[in-house]
Design a protein around this ligand. Structure first.
Ligand SMILES: Nc1ncnc2c1ncn2[C@@H]1O[C@H](COP(=O)(O)OP(=O)(O)OP(=O)(O)O)[C@@H](O)[C@H]1O
Ligand SMILES: [Mg+2]
Length: 351
């Protein structure tokens, strides 16, 4: 990521937000997909736009990247307004969409050369940059094979490599790791962290709570087109409730004594026989050591004792009353056209 073709970041002040959404609204007929969304992303940081299927994530990204016109409101990318300066906006951003856009017939390397040519990157520079990107995304060996022979994960990586060719200061990634296996996902996270270390600003949409937790400085949680929470991963977790101490006892017969012990000290206790655990609210490490002490002095067999903080999944549940899409499911097959929110009004379906 060295020389930046036709892109200058010097034009904007260091405290101009890299990305700004100002009361964005998008309606499709009667249906309001995005209903007044505002946020701002400082340069060099990562915003995670988190929400379930049909929340409006892609619609927001499409408006911000000039692919679709807002019904009302606007956005600014690197200080340029999407309505007044769409050309400048496009010059300052890269986009990896939700669906792969690379050409099936071409090889990975040919795809990079073709798009790089469109950006006007000179041949030699382009060859070097393509090689570097292929290596960075572990595609060196596959670089000379046709994309139609690639796995889903390889396609995603090539897609991302293509959107990085022009080294844009602002990068939009729509569900970059959907459909990837855990190893590919981790590799991609590493690449993204490197980019951010190099000064790139990232906006990524995700249904994976863990992904937002891993990568984002700030998280905007969206549900049915509106922002339902905004904060750092830690703030959101704190919002979902306090930490708890989880004690895994050695045998089923230890469960009842463990419950009694905690109750005796006035603790609220939740027993889960299936996992052989008792859980009790705690405010921090001092509670943990105190509770560990009680068990130490008892005859109760303990396999494990630890402090648990709420996951972002718990956050989602406490904010919306329903869980986000399960992390375990592969949602790559879910297309957005038919993915209206299950509990959202159906009036949009006919629009
Ligand atoms: N062109 C369109 N015409 C009509 N409705 C649309 C259109 N595009 C999106 N929608 C609807 O707007 C809502 C938001 O869709 P969007 O694709 O932005 O959700 P998403 O958060 O990206 O979901 P996913 O996680 O499935 O990608 C959905 O109910 C969708 O059906
Ligand atoms: Mg989407």
């Amino acid at each position: 990521m060295t020389a930046q073709p036709a892109v200058e970041t010097g034009a904007i002040g260091s405290d101009t937000p890299a990305i700004e959404a100002v009361d964005l609204v998008k309606t499709f007929g009667e249906f309001t997909a995005v209903d007044g969304v505002s946020f701002s992303v400082p340069q060099g940081s990562v915003l995670g736009l988190l929400g379930p299927n049909g929340a409006g994530k892609t619609t927001i990204v499409r408006m911000m990247t000039t692919l679709s016109e807002p019904t009302s409101g606007t956005a600014r990318i690197a200080g340029f307004d999407i309505r007044d300066d769409p050309e400048e906006v496009r010059r300052h951003m890269g986009l990896t969409g939700q669906a792969a856009t690379v050409d099936e017939i071409l090889t990975g390397r040919e795809n990079l050369r073709m798009i790089g040519g469109l950006y006007g990157i000179r041949r030699r520079e382009l060859a070097e940059r393509s090689d570097r990107l292929l290596e960075q995304f572990s595609l060196t060996d596959a670089g000379n094979k046709q994309v139609k022979s690639y796995s889903g994960g390889m396609r995603r990586r090539l897609d991302l490599a293509v959107s990085l060719l022009a080294a844009p200061p602002v990068l939009f990634l729509d569900e970059p790791t959907t459909g990837l296996d855990p190893r590919s996902r981790n590799e991609l996270w590493d690449v993204l962290r490197e980019l951010v270390d190099g000064g790139t600003t990232l906006l990524l949409t995700t249904q994976y709570l863990e992904e937002a937790d891993q990568l984002a400085d700030d998280i905007v949680v969206i549900d049915r087109g509106t922002i339902i929470a905004h904060g750092t991963p830690l703030q959101l977790k704190q919002q979902a409730g306090a930490a708890s101490v989880v004690v895994t006892v050695s045998a089923d017969s230890d469960l009842e004594p463990a419950r009694e012990l905690l109750s005796r000290y006035g603790q609220e206790v939740f027993v889960d026989a299936a996992s052989r655990t008792v859980t009790t609210p705690a405010s921090g490490l001092s509670d943990l050591t105190r509770i560990a002490g009680w068990f130490d002095e008892s005859q109760i067999g303990v396999d494990d004792l630890g402090l648990a903080r709420p996951s972002l999944d718990d956050v989602f549940l406490s904010l919306t009353g329903h869980r986000a899409q399960a992390d375990t499911a592969d949602n790559s097959g879910a297309d957005t056209s038919g993915a209206a929110h299950p509990t959202a009004s159906t009036k949009g379906e006919s629009a």
